[in-house]
Design a protein around this ligand. Structure first.
Ligand SMILES: *Cc1c(COP(=O)(O)O)cnc(C)c1O
Length: 357
């Protein structure tokens, strides 16, 4: 793919490490963005890296009305030797196409698109922070850009990517979080769009998130959309438990988002020879295991936070505390291993790093 580059004439100030520590996740963006257009009959064309700035859209642009919009999230890191890498971006490109398929969006060429994204990361590589726990968040997205009112797939799309330098995801750092088990609202059902990273899934989750925050919790844990019995996932992260020495995560069933961090944790756990199962687990089973003192650790997994320990889970009137509200040994070990691979501190024995530069 030929990518045209138009450099900004007004470069912004790159946040200093000290400033980065105070910036909220996803609020500061780099100097450039990538855009690629799609038109039916013509395919994807006109890939360009241009100065970051507002888009001009016809008010009838279909994504504004019917939500035909998907996104991805991945990270780029700067290693000590100056090498710039992305973590398993081929998986994000593949998942993006799965989301495209579900939302009737034209598929992308995974290899070409990743090359264009790499080109953008290279262009703004001065923005990639180097301190531990920091990275450059890469946000590709595609929206329906045809101007028409009517519920049918758009004939044109815009692919874009923006970049945001980030410090640690949670304000508390690696400190365990408090999570509220949602039993009123549901996020997804089998046959729905739960497995795709489409914007509507998140709009539908806001109300629950807002109520959880008002009650003093940082995230919600979703149960299955039909019986509200089985554990699915947390806001924008998958969930894991250590029960009786076994690492357990809910199996992918169509309503859970197939996380790349989730997949990485499964691979790492198996490589250590640790018992690991992807299986259905009900909140009742978890509660009983917890009462019996068998549920030792609980943590969330996603690109933004990587691994985030759960200190407390509130389900109806009961509160389950894990590992005395402190990070567990297995959680810590997984965090160290995966962030170690990402930052170059641990050898990349799985071949997960994609060199940008
Ligand atoms: C993105 C996301 C995840 C985590 O996926 P990663 O690829 O690990 O970042 C989990 N659940 C939901 C709902 C998500 O949107």
């Amino acid at each position: 793919m030929n990518v045209r580059i138009e450099h900004t004439k007004q470069p912004k100030n790159i946040p200093t490490p000290e400033e980065l520590g105070h910036i909220h996740f996803g609020t500061v963006f780099t100097d450039h963005m990538l855009m690629i257009d799609y038109d039916k009959g013509k395919g994807w064309h006109d890939a360009r890296i241009i100065p970051y700035g507002p888009l001009s859209l016809d008010p009838a642009t279909s994504c504004l009305h019917y939500g035909q919009l998907i996104f991805e999230g991945m990270k780029a890191y700067k290693h000590k030797d100056g090498r710039i890498v992305m973590f398993r971006p081929d998986m994000n490109m593949k998942r993006m196409n799965d989301s495209c398929d579900r939302m009737c969006i034209a598929p992308i060429d995974e290899k070409d698109t990743l090359e264009a994204i790499s080109e953008l990361v290279k262009t703004d590589s001065a923005w990639i922070p180097g301190a531990p726990g920091t990275s450059l968040y890469v946000r590709p997205f595609i929206f329906a850009s045809e101007a028409f009112l009517g519920v049918h797939p758009s004939k044109s799309f815009t692919f874009a990517t923006i970049l945001s330098p980030v410090g640690a995801y949670f304000k508390e750092g690696l400190a365990p979080v408090r999570i509220y088990v949602e039993d009123k609202y549901v996020r997804a059902v089998r046959g729905g769009t739960g497995y795709s990273k489409c914007a509507g899934n998140y709009a539908g989750s806001l109300k629950s998130q807002e109520e959880a925050e008002a009650a003093g919790y940082s995230q919600v844990l979703w149960l299955d959309g039909v019986e509200r019995k089985y554990i699915e996932e947390v806001g924008g992260m998958n969930i894991f438990f250590v029960i009786d020495g076994e690492v357990i995560t809910p199996e992918l069933n169509g309503s859970i988002l197939p996380g790349i961090t989730r997949d990485s944790i499964i691979e790492v756990t198996k490589s250590w020879g640790m018992p690991m199962k992807e299986r259905t687990i009900s909140i009742q089973e978890l509660s009983e295991a917890h009462k019996a003192g068998k549920a030792r650790e609980a943590f969330c997994a996603g690109t933004a936070a990587v691994v985030s320990p759960i200190g407390e889970l509130k389900w109806k009137d009961a509160v389950m505390r894990f590992n005395d509200g402190k990070i567990g040994d297995i959680t810590q070990r997984l965090y160290d291993e995966i962030t170690g691979i990402q930052t170059g501190a641990v050898p990349d024995r799985f071949g997960w790093l994609h060199t940008v530069k």
